[in-house]
Structures are given as structure tokens and as C-alpha cells.
Design a protein around this ligand. Structure first.
Ligand SMILES: Cc1cc2nc3c(=O)[nH]c(=O)nc-3n(C[C@H](O)[C@H](O)[C@H](O)COP(=O)(O)O)c2cc1C
Length: 508
């Protein structure tokens, strides 16, 4: 058992490390600037901008994070981003100085349509850059792309018409969000720390190689859906039956040739069969019978219980038994408290040419309604050839930036969605959670008996009626209901001090 405990501990550690790695930014030990503390929320962005030559310090040793960005600074930043191309000529503004540190940048920006001045011969060289100007310059620099309007900010009417598309674009691409309470504050000033944050997002996005969209798999005629599942003690079977009822599909139970006894499943015994199999990469428990007409199915829901954080090895046997090329596989699982974690993605190599959707974890007692709201949110081939995963994502916007949460589907999140959009007040709890008391009760029908929260987990703590977002270690607890995970921005959220407002909205 000691080995298995090690495996389990290693798994938990890996999950922790992976969850910490989800944000693209690294922790900073020493920023090199005397006025940028290593634990400041913007430290990594400042360092990123300096290391990538996007922003220089205000002096050799300081960055002036709280100083407003000026229009000349913004022109210089974009000029650097463009690679500081050679320029010739002089600009037509009356408030720029020839030979100044910004001259080449302002000339380049005006010649390339990135800035257009105030229209009265003035550039506003040392004027603080407003947030709508910042969005507009970045947007113009990007070639003035079109953008989806999305939902309005509360102060949308205050955004200048020339900045309208730019603000939509900046928000749609995740470069700039609101500042809290669904406000964009178009005329608000952008500090250099905020500038570094936005620029980092923009630069990292641009640095990410664009993967061509895969050609959608041709949909087989008369494609059908199968729900295949393995269930040792009946929990996963219940969820599989819900899916069958909801979609009126075929149902196939993966039955082991050698059925599992309760002693086989006694995971506190080191040598129990289930533990041995999970510990053996080559274990492939035999299946009794087979799906006769697998070629008729173009969607396979694949259900299993979580065993030591992973799918039981019999699921490996199942996947290796069929040609699943082009089939859309929708994993789902049940567990005592673990999330689906890496269990589904680790299966993908066993059917590498299948189209894998994101998996979903349910508690064994999840209701048919809960399962139905998940199924209805899936973009299955019957509805569309576009098989992009459509898990509901929430955008959390606060003064220090934004975070994105992927929601689980359960009775609690279904109730929570009816409250959105909303603005919540968060505060720190125990140095490991950001919590917010809700004014409305949420259902806990699908709550596990105990839940062991991982870093990044978004939960409801039912006894106190508060949301809890974990950014540090905390023990397992009863009354905690998993609601989803923060997939980006956790370090920004955890860096917020005192009470702070967070606007929460479903992402388009
Ligand atoms: C060998 C074994 C290992 C398990 N490991 C975990 C685990 O890592 N995390 C967890 O939350 N539950 C774990 N469980 C509990 C099951 O995932 C849970 O009871 C599941 O709902 C059982 O589904 P079933 O009734 O369809 O077999 C484990 C159960 C067994 C038998």
C-alpha cells in the first residue's frame, strides 16, 4: 500500500503542480526593480515585458508601476513591439519635440495609422493614456480587426464611437476586461502596471502559434449514439442510464470477464486486485462480450468510476478493442470526491484519431436534470459538424485583472447560473481561499459526502453559504460542493488584498 499511497500522493502533487501551471505566467523571485515587489500581482507581467523588450524601467532600478502610462509611452511600446523599424520624415504634431525619446515611435505610429492625434495638430504627448485609447491603439496596431459586440459594459454609453470596436475586440480576445461591477471605465487612466499586464496577454497571444482548424470529420450517415460504461458498484451505471433516457441511445455495459468482488475493490488493501491493476501500466482486464456494430456509432459516451484518480484499466481494454477513428467520444465519470482530472485526457492516446470532448465528473447521486443540463450543453455531431467543446465558462473581472472558470454541471452550478451576471464581494479566508457570501441558496442535491479541494477549485461551502475559490492547500471537508475550476488568472485573484468586487458573467 505504501507504493500506492506514493502513487496517489504523486498524483495529487502532480495535479497541484499542473493546476498551478495552468496560468501561463511564472512566479517571480526578484523583479530587479526596487518598486516592484516580487509578490505584487503585476510582478510577473513587469518582468515579462522587460525581458521581452516591450517596456523598459522608469530608471535603471525602478519601474513606476503606479504612474499613468502616457500616450508617448504607448506609441513607444507599440513601436518596440513592431521591432523598431527605421523611419524617416517628421510628424505633423505641434506638441512633439524633435529628437525626443519618443520621436521615432510617434512618427512611426502616425505614419502607420496606429495613432491619429486629437485632430487639432496635437498628439497629447504627455497626456495620460485612457483605457479606451489604449484599446484603440492596440487594435489599430493589430490591423483594426472586426469584433463581436458581446454584452454591454454598464458604462458602454461612455465609450467613444471610435473606440467601440476596439473595446469589443480587446475584451473578446481577453486582453482587457472591465474594472469591476461590469464597468470598463473608458476614460480611466491605465497605470504602467496595468499596461504591462495587458501587453503580456497580447504578446503571449501573438506568440502562440496558430494551429489550423482541423477539418471536421465527415458525419457518417445514420450515425447513432452509444452509451458505454463500466460500473463496479452501480454509481456510473445510474449516470449512464440517465444519458440513455435523455438521448434515447443504445446502452452497453462493459462487463469484466472476471467480475470484481468487494475484496477486489477494497482499495485500503495494498494487494487488492483493483489497486494492482491501477498500478500496472500493462494491465488490460478482459471484457466479456463486445459491441457488435461499433461502426454504426459516431458518438460514444464513455463512463467509468475514478480509481486512484484515473479510469480503471478495463476502459483501456475497451478503447483498444475498436477502431474509433472519427468517433466523437464524450467521457464521464463518477467518484467519491475527485474531479475528472487527467483521467479522460490520459485515455486519448488509446484512440488518438477519435474526437475527444472534455469529460465531466458527476457524483453517483446526480439527478437526471443535472445530467440533462450537461448533455444539452454538448455540441454533438447530430446538431453540428463543429465538435468544439462547449463547457460553460465564466469570466471573473476584478481590479487586478480577470480569471476564467470552467463550470462543472451539477445542481449547484445550475442554480448559480440563474444568478448571473452578478457582482460579488470577495475576501480572503485562511490564506488559502477567496470567499464570497451569497445572498441566495444554491441546491446541493449533487454534493459529495466529502470533498478534497485542489488549488484552482471553485466550490460552494454549504454550511456558510459562500463560494470558496482555493488558491492554497486546504483539507478535505464535508459541505463543500465542487462547482468548477479556475483555468486562468488564479494568481491575479489570489493576489487581491482585503475586500474586493468581482463581476461574474458567462463568457459568450
Ligand atoms: C479502487 C478504487 C479506487 C478509488 N479511487 C478514488 C479516487 O481516487 N477518488 C475518488 O474520489 N474516488 C475514488 N474511488 C471511489 C469511486 O470512484 C466511486 O465510488 C465511484 O462512484 C464508483 O463508481 P461505480 O459505482 O460506477 O463503480 C475509488 C474506488 C475504488 C474501488
Amino acid at each position: 500500500m505504501r507504493n500506492l499511497k506514493r502513487v496517489w500522493t504523486l498524483f495529487l502533487s502532480l495535479a497541484l503542480v499542473l493546476s498551478l501551471c495552468i496560468p501561463a505566467y511564472a512566479a517571480v523571485e526578484d523583479t530587479g526593480f526596487s518598486d516592484v515587489a516580487a509578490d505584487a500581482w503585476y510582478a510577473e507581467f513587469v518582468v515579462y515585458c522587460r525581458d521581452n523588450g516591450l517596456m523598459a524601467g522608469a530608471s535603471g532600478t525602478t519601474f513606476s508601476p503606479d504612474t499613468p502610462t502616457t500616450r508617448a509611452m504607448m506609441a513607444t511600446i507599440l513601436y518596440r513591439l513592431a521591432g523598431t523599424p527605421a523611419v524617416s520624415g517628421t510628424d505633423s504634431y505641434t506638441d512633439t519635440q524633435p529628437g525626443a525619446w519618443y520621436s521615432g515611435a510617434v512618427l512611426w505610429a502616425s505614419q502607420n495609422g496606429v495613432v491619429s492625434g486629437y485632430g487639432n495638430g496635437l498628439f497629447g504627448t504627455n497626456d495620460p493614456l485612457t483605457r479606451e485609447q489604449m484599446a484603440t491603439m492596440l487594435w489599430r496596431y493589430s490591423g483594426s480587426p472586426s469584433a463581436n459586440a458581446g454584452s454591454d459594459f454598464a458604462d458602454e454609453s461612455g465609450i467613444a464611437s471610435w473606440a467601440d470596436t476596439a473595446v469589443d475586440w480587446a475584451r473578446e480576445n481577453g486582453y482587457m476586461g472591465g474594472v469591476g461591477a461590469n464597468l470598463f471605465q473608458p476614460q480611466g487612466q491605465a497605470t504602467r502596471a496595468q499596461m504591462a499586464t495587458i501587453l503580456t496577454r497580447y504578446h503571449q497571444d501573438a506568440e502562440t502559434p496558430v494551429t489550423p482548424e482541423p477539418e471536421p470529420e465527415p458525419e457518417p450517415e445514420d450515425g447513432e449514439t452509444l452509451v458505454a460504461y463500466f460500473s463496479a458498484t452501480g454509481n456510473t451505471e445510474g449516470i449512464a442510464q440517465h444519458i440513455q433516457t435523455i438521448l434515447d441511445t443504445d446502452l452497453y455495459e462493459i462487463v469484466p470477464e472476471d467480475p470484481y468482488t468487494s475484496e477486489d475493490l477494497n482499495y485500503s488493501n495494498n494487494d487488492c486486485r483493483a489497486n494492482q491493476e491501477q498500478n500496472d501500466p500493462n494491465a488490460r482486464p478482459a471484457i466479456s462480450g463486445s459491441v457488435e456494430n461499433m461502426e454504426d456509432y459516431d458518438v460514444v459516451f464513455l463512463g467509468y468510476p475514478i480509481w486512484w484518480g484515473q479510469a480503471p484499466k478495463i476502459i483501456h481494454t475497451f478503447l483498444e478493442s475498436y477502431d474509433l477513428d472519427g468517433v466523437t467520444i464524450v467521457p464521464f465519470c463518477t467518484s467519491g470526491s475527485s474531479s475528472i482530472g487527467s483521467s479522460a485526457t490520459n485515455l486519448q492516446s488509446l484512440a488518438p484519431n477519435a474526437n475527444w470532448l472534455s469529460g465531466q465528473r458527476f457524483s453517483g447521486s446526480a439527478s437526471q436534470d443535472t445530467v440533462a443540463s450537461w448533455v444539452e450543453g454538448l455540441d454533438l455531431p447530430e446538431a453540428s459538424a463543429d465538435t468544439e467543446d462547449t463547457q460553460t465558462q465564466l469570466r471573473l473581472t476584478f481590479e487586478g485583472g480577470e480569471a476564467v472558470v470552467v463550470l462543472e454541471y451539477n445542481a449547484t452550478t445550475r442554480d448559480f447560473l440563474t444568478m448571473l451576471p452578478t457582482t460579488l464581494t470577495f475576501e480572503d479566508y485562511a490564506g488559502s481561499e477567496k470567499i464570497s457570501y451569497l445572498t441566495q441558496d444554491l441546491s446541493t442535491a449533487d454534493a459529495p459526502a466529502n470533498y478534497d479541494p485542489q488549488v484552482g477549485d471553485v466550490t460552494l461551502y454549504e454550511p456558510w453559504g459562500n463560494l470558496a475559490i482555493f488558491y492554497g492547500d486546504a483539507g478535505s471537508s464535508s459541505g463543500l460542493v465542487p462547482m468548477g475550476r479556475v483555468i486562468s488568472g488564479l494568481e491575479l485573484l489570489s493576489g487581491m488584498d482585503g475586500e474586493f468586487e468581482v463581476s461574474v458573467a458567462v463568457m459568450e
